[in-house]
Design a protein around this ligand. Structure first.
Ligand SMILES: Nc1nc2c(c(=O)[nH]1)N[C@H]1C(S)=C(S)[C@@H](COP(=O)(O)OP(=O)(O)OC[C@H]3O[C@@H](n4cnc5c(=O)[nH]c(N)nc54)[C@H](O)[C@@H]3O)O[C@H]1N2
Ligand SMILES: Nc1nc2c(c(=O)[nH]1)N[C@H]1C(S)=C(S)[C@@H](COP(=O)(O)OP(=O)(O)OC[C@H]3O[C@@H](n4cnc5c(=O)[nH]c(N)nc54)[C@H](O)[C@@H]3O)O[C@H]1N2
Ligand code: SF4
Ligand SMILES: [Mo]
Length: 656
């Protein structure tokens, strides 16, 4: 007789990663419930979570490494053979062509722990080419953040639950979520007579139907509409002067450009009612607490970078930043993105060889990749590694990808299923699913209270599969990059588990990395092999979170202390080392997720990374674009009489 067991985990189908309780029988998902113990979702789920069995029990799941044959089909091979052959080919390509011949393409909505182990492959190949779906949708946003706030990973979040006025631009959270417990939050906003919800979208979406005001603009005209709103706020003197004076630079230059905007012409171009736009601008400026929520409708569209600037100016000029109900910056336990300085004499940021695009937030844009492969440029990409992504489906031009893939010397895909991209690879390596290994996402984007959810496996790994940390460990060892084991450090880690106050592990680890700096990129692997050996329930791959917890406490100790006090019901006055050990332990043992930190709203200023903690309002490149808007052809050029809105989140689709 099979018994039903219940397991705390999370939904992996969108970036909210709601807490779940899954009832399983043997290897089968039977029922899915919201987990009330999850610190953020608190029991909330949408209907998509009920479809998770489709992911776990999919008939395309893989159970053996595959190698392409001369005839073009796949044959199963052993892990040993796959790793040996792939390693030899990688080293040969690196030896003949150097790091620029290699690109890593990785992403994932529900699985980011594997990235700690997978992305070091870039270092092993001496490459910087990390392609990611995030660079298809959000590098405009990241770039603007870099200029306004000092670093491209200063990421903005919105405190919608506490806002009096919420401006939703180019997103349909009813289906896409992206905000906490979206449907509940939207319904509450809509029902409350004291709160205002404004939607800017060319379609009458489910979210727009709940709004107090819907500005149904023509597709692709957001820059005009947002510029008009900013100009109204400027001309009518509705700016938050105190905020601007105390916290920003560059206001005068911005003001000059905004005062030149032909407001009425721009409103006409956007095709919306004039009085409505004036009213919305005034409402925004007058609101006690307002925030702006945006997504793909303005970020994967024309003028996406300018849109990202204007959208942020709306909450900045109205002083709705670093406060309850406004927009804020947030912390990351583990970095989802990085920061890239522009290429220059003192900076080794790469640009792509053919399209000449430089990295933003340490990422390269997928839509450049086919041209970087399908060319006879001597520095073309010849080897491609894909993990947790399916560009043959999700890149903008499937045919271009297919042509490009056929030109590669080596293409390896790590996936749980035989995806459309995997079908075109030379080797396919089967990963254990997200319910078969310790896993987590780095989409912890909340402020002032942030959380982390380390998920415990529910099922045994499917036969023939390996979790990512083991796949990459074997490959890095075979490539001669990573030693097979670390016997001394493993014993030190054991001592550390018994007596963390001695700090033996950080000291000996630091010494090892000082003596052998080539191992620094593989710190995650080293921890997995050493500290990981002593973690409960086979949680070895969670070991790098120990380092992350220490770094996080190093930066945010007061906020962690507050969260710990809330969690434990008492203030224990631990030193930072003990606090970090306690945080790590709480992450390991809280199977429904746990709070990381509770900041104060004005701590946002400590997350701004310009040295004086002020916002740099002036971005000359974008001010030039803004000034040039009035010369743009009103129909976006006769080349584009029609704009196709491709891709729309519905209740039955999910990227993964
Ligand atoms: N159900 C479901 N949810 C998901 C996902 C999924 O696949 N399925 N994927 C997740 C991911 S990766 C992401 S990035 C998010 C994306 O979340 P959203 O950005 O909300 O997703 P979309 O539905 O693609 O597009 C947003 C809205 O932009 C509008 N739009 C189109 N053109 C314009 C324009 O020119 N101006 C304006 N203002 N609006 C425009 C569209 O009408 C649409 O309502 O969703 C996440 N959630
Ligand atoms: N036409 C159109 N194109 C779009 C969009 C659109 O709206 N319209 N949206 C864009 C956006 S916003 C995004 S974010 C991208 C998403 O683009 P991708 O990230 O390429 O798409 P996913 O389908 O999420 O790919 C995830 C892959 O990871 C695999 N996977 C799942 N779990 C695991 C695991 O544990 N380990 C490993 N190794 N693999 C796993 C899945 O089987 C799947 O093949 O698509 C973009 N493309
Ligand atoms: S799809 Fe997103 S909103 Fe829906 S249950 Fe899953 S994580 Fe939550
Ligand atoms: Mo996305």
């Amino acid at each position: 007789m099979t018994t039903t067991t219940s397991h705390a985990t999370a939904c992996i189908l969108c970036s909210r990663n709601c807490g779940l309780l899954i009832d399983a029988e043997g290897e089968t998902i039977k029922r899915v419930h919201g987990d009330k113990a999850h610190p953020i979702s608190r029991g909330y789920i949408c209907q998509k979570a009920a479809g998770l069995a489709h992911y776990q029990q999919n008939r395309d799941r893989l159970s053996s490494p595959l190698r392409r044959t001369a005839a073009g089909d796949f044959e199963p091979i052993s892990w040993e053979q796959a790793i040996r052959e792939i390693s030899a080919k990688m080293l040969s390509i690196r030896g003949r062509h150097g790091g620029r011949a290699f690109a890593f393409y990785g992403g994932g909505q529900g699985n980011h722990l594997g990235a700690v182990y997978g992305t070091p492959l870039l270092k092993a190949m001496r490459s910087q080419y990390h392609y990611s779906a995030l660079a298809q949708e959000k590098t405009g946003d990241f770039w603007v953040n870099g200029r306004l706030f000092g670093r491209q990973n200063c990421h903005v979040t919105e405190d919608i639950e506490h806002s009096d006025l919420v401006l939703i631009i180019g997103t349909n959270p009813w289906h896409a979520h992206g905000i906490p417990n979206a449907r509940r939050t939207l319904r509450e906003l809509s029902k409350s007579p004291e709160r205002t919800m404004i939607v800017i979208d060319p379609r009458v979406t489910e979210t727009a139907q709940l709004a107090d005001t819907h500005l149904q603009l023509k597709p692709g005209t957001d820059a005009f509409l947002l510029a008009a709103m900013l100009s109204i706020i400027m001309r009518e003197g509705l700016i938050d002067d105190n905020f601007i004076r105390e916290h920003t630079h560059g206001f005068e230059q911005l003001k000059r450009v905004l005062l030149e905007i032909p407001i009425d012409t721009f409103i006409e171009r956007a095709g919306v009612g004039k009085s409505q736009v004036y009213e919305v601008a005034r409402q925004l400026a007058a609101a006690e607490r307002a925030c702006v929520r945006v997504d793909l409708g303005i970020q994967q569209s024309v003028q996406s970078t300018l849109n990202s600037y204007l959208e942020k100016l709306l909450f900045l000029l109205s002083g709705n930043f670093a406060k309850r109900g406004g927009n804020n910056l947030h912390t990351f336990l583990l970095p989802l993105i990085g920061h890239s300085d522009p290429p220059g004499p003192n900076c080794d940021t790469w640009s792509t060889a053919v399209t000449r695009i430089s990295a933003i937030a340490k990422l390269f844009p997928p839509n450049a990749l086919p041209q970087e492969i399908d060319t006879d440029h001597p520095q073309r990409v010849r080897a491609l590694w894909v993990d947790s992504a399916n560009p043959a489906m999700t890149g903008a031009d499937t045919e271009a990808y297919t042509r490009a893939f056929s030109k590669l010397e080596l293409m390896v895909v790590v996936d749980v299923a035989l995806s459309e991209t995997a079908e075109q690879a030379h080797y396919v390596l089967p990963a254990s699913s997200q319910f078969e290994k310790w896993e987590a996402t780095f989409f912890n984007l909340e402020f002032p209270t942030n959380f982390f959810h380390l998920r415990k496996p529910i099922f045994e790994p499917r036969t023939g599969t390996l979790p990512e940390h083991e796949i990459y460990r074997r490959l890095l060892i075979e490539m001669g990059e990573l030693p097979r084991n670390f016997p001394l450090l493993r014993q030190v880690a054991r001592l550390h588990r018994a007596a963390p106050q001695l700090r033996s592990l950080p000291l000996v680890l630091a010494l090892l990395l000082k003596l052998r700096p080539k191992l620094i990129p593989y710190g995650g692997h080293i921890l997995e092999q050493t500290l990981g050996a002593w973690l409960p329930d086979g949680a070895s791959s969670a070991a790098p979170l120990w380092f992350a917890a220490h770094r996080y406490v190093g930066r945010h100790s007061e906020a962690v202390r507050r969260a710990a006090t809330d969690h434990n019901g008492r203030d224990e006055r631990l030193n930072d080392n003990a606090l970090a050990e306690q945080l790590f332990s709480r992450i390991l043992h809280s199977h429904s997720g746990t709070l990381l930190s509770t900041h104060r709203y004005d701590d946002t200023w400590s997350l701004v990374r310009h040295p004086d903690r002020k916002i740099q309002l002036q971005i000359p490149e974008l001010l030039r674009e803004l000034a040039a808007l009035k010369d743009e052809d009103a129909t976006l050029g006769s080349e584009y009489p029609l704009i196709l809105i491709a891709g729309e989140r519905r209740n039955y689709n999910a990227n993964t």
